[in-house]
Design a protein around this ligand. Structure first.
Ligand code: NAD
Length: 465
């Protein structure tokens, strides 16, 4: 449903895209000091408006203050700080060696900005998912159009209010709205598109980008497995699974989607998970100030439908009017059920019992490559087998998605869970072209490479190359 108070008029979009391209053409975004000033402005915008952001996130997803701070506000300011600290080094041309045949000469890799880029965000971390790519795009010297998700309306509205107040208005614009606005944006040429969201729209974005041969980064999702071994410390394992699964009510792209555990361990693990759930969210999570809500009624209904016909071992209570779904555990759902075929992206955790690590590897490898995988074990051989025999965008051993807090690590998927990555230097590289530059001298114009060719020239060439 179009929302006139919120949507960017379709007729404005072409002008905004042109303005951002023209701003790039002026060359101002290439200047390192200008880039730094925009990055500092993002930090300032985030800190000045912390209260308004917390309130918008609360209204969109019932995010509590601590969760919003860690995963949205603090995440963005830390990314700015890390980028400011390293920008000079990242942006500097890098000298590499030169072979004899090209001597005298010098070889360099020059990181150069791509131009005007498009950033399309998803609703589950609505501030972080557009601001973190924007930080990378600015660091690399680009201008950008950002399109927050229309499902997290309050945060999207706030972003559209704040960005023009803090950032260069010609270089950066926010487009709000839904499918129509995104489709209109995709009719235009960009120099890179970073899209975060589901696979179906990811394909639409990639198809549209192909019209202009625009490179894309796709940050998608998938069913991320969590493998628990009998050697694991089950108390810590349970606490970390509960944290990673039920943060943001399970609406995290890297949340554990399902658990694979030896049958002999399942009852103990489930009992420890239940204990941690009560410890974290109380007897009635509906009353916990720390437990989130499903983003809207459509997603709420989708999740409730997943539960039909299953053996619910814990939770299952739902209130559509409040978009509430209790932390829920399902034991051994059929592998062909929707619950085990689609990414859950909500507070339901299937526990699948397996005979051994080979069975876990078979289950993981029979499915599309996931965005992340979690392994809980003290057994190095077990850990190694999973690392070597399966593929995933990111892996954490003995914890949930703690890799996301390390800006030195790339964040991205593989296969159906996405292509490309960002965070820290990886984001800078994503939004840069690594331009090859060789500088030669006019001296020593040796004729060995010029025709007419001869055996002697060829033999010499073989030695020089
Ligand atoms: P969404 O509904 O917010 O859609 C994402 C974006 O696509 C929005 O900006 C929306 O306007 C646009 N869009 C929707 N339909 C469109 C269409 N038909 N044509 C053009 N544009 C359209 O988000 P979603 O897809 O529900 O996101 C959830 C998915 O995102 C999950 O699979 C999750 O795992 C994944 N995700 C991945 C990451 C990551 O970093 N890899 C992060 C968050 C979410």
């Amino acid at each position: 449903m179009p929302n006139e108070a919120f949507d960017t008029p379709l007729t404005d979009i072409e002008g905004l895209v042109k303005r951002s391209h023209s701003a790039f053409a002026t060359g101002k975004s290439r200047d390192i000091e200008w880039r730094k000033s925009q990055l500092v402005a993002i930090k300032q915008m985030t800190l000045d408006n912390e209260k308004a952001l917390l309130s918008a996130l609360k209204q969109d997803l019932n995010k509590c203050e601590q969760e919003s701070w860690i995963s949205e506000i603090g995440f963005v300011t830390t990314e700015v700080d890390h980028t400011l600290k390293h920008l000079k080094k990242w942006a500097k041309p890098c000298k590499v060696s030169t072979p004899m045949v090209a001597m005298p000469g010098k070889s360099f890799v020059y990181p150069e900005p791509l131009g005007c880029v498009l950033i399309i965000g998803a609703w589950n971390y609505p501030y972080q998912l557009v601001l973190a790519p924007l930080i990378a795009a600015i660091a690399a010297g680009n201008t950008a159009i950002i399109k927050p998700s229309e499902l997290s309306t309050h945060t999207a509205k706030l972003i559209a209010e704040l960005v023009p107040k803090y950032l260069d208005n010609d270089a950066f614009s926010v487009v709000n709205g839904g499918k129509e606005q995104t489709s209109e944006l995709l009719k235009h040429k960009f120099d890179h598109i970073l899209y975060t969201g589901g696979e179906t729209v990811g394909k639409i974005v990639m198809r549209a980008a192909s019209d202009y041969l625009t490179p894309v980064t796709l940050e998608l999702g998938g069913k991320s497995p969590c493998v628990v071994d009998s050697s694991a410390d089950l108390n810590v394992t349970a606490a970390r699974i509960v944290w990673a699964k039920w943060l943001n009510a399970g609406q995290t792209c890297v949340a554990p989607d399902y658990v694979l555990v030896p049958a002999s361990l399942a009852d103990t693990l489930v009992s420890k998970i239940k204990t941690k759930l009560t410890e974290f969210y109380g007897q009635d999570p509906a009353k916990s100030p720390d437990y989130g809500r499903i983003v809207n009624q459509r997603h709420h209904a989708r999740l409730c439908n997943y539960l039909e016909g299953h053996n619910v071992a814990h939770g299952g209570q739902a209130d559509a009017s409040d978009c509430y779904l209790a932390p829920t555990i399902v034991i051994n759902p059929a592998t062909d059920s929707a619950l085990m075929q689609e990414e859950i992206f909500g507070p339901i955790l299937p526990i699948i019992t397996v005979d051994d690590v080979e069975a876990s590897i078979d289950i993981i490898n029979s499915r599309p490559k996931p965005l992340s995988m979690y392994v809980f074990t003290k057994d190095k051989a077990f850990e190694q087998r999973l690392l070597e025999r399966t593929s995933a965008g990111m892996v954490c051993v003995n914890d949930g998605f703690m890799f996301a807090v390390n800006p030195e690590l790339p964040f991205g998927g593989v296969g159906n869970s996405g292509m490309g990555a960002y965070h820290g230097k990886y984001g800078f590289d994503t939004f840069s072209h690594m331009k090859t530059v060789m500088k030669r001298s006019f001296l020593f114009d040796v004729a060995v490479r010029y025709p007419p060719f001869s055996k002697t020239k060829l033999n010499l060439m073989k030695k020089l190359l």
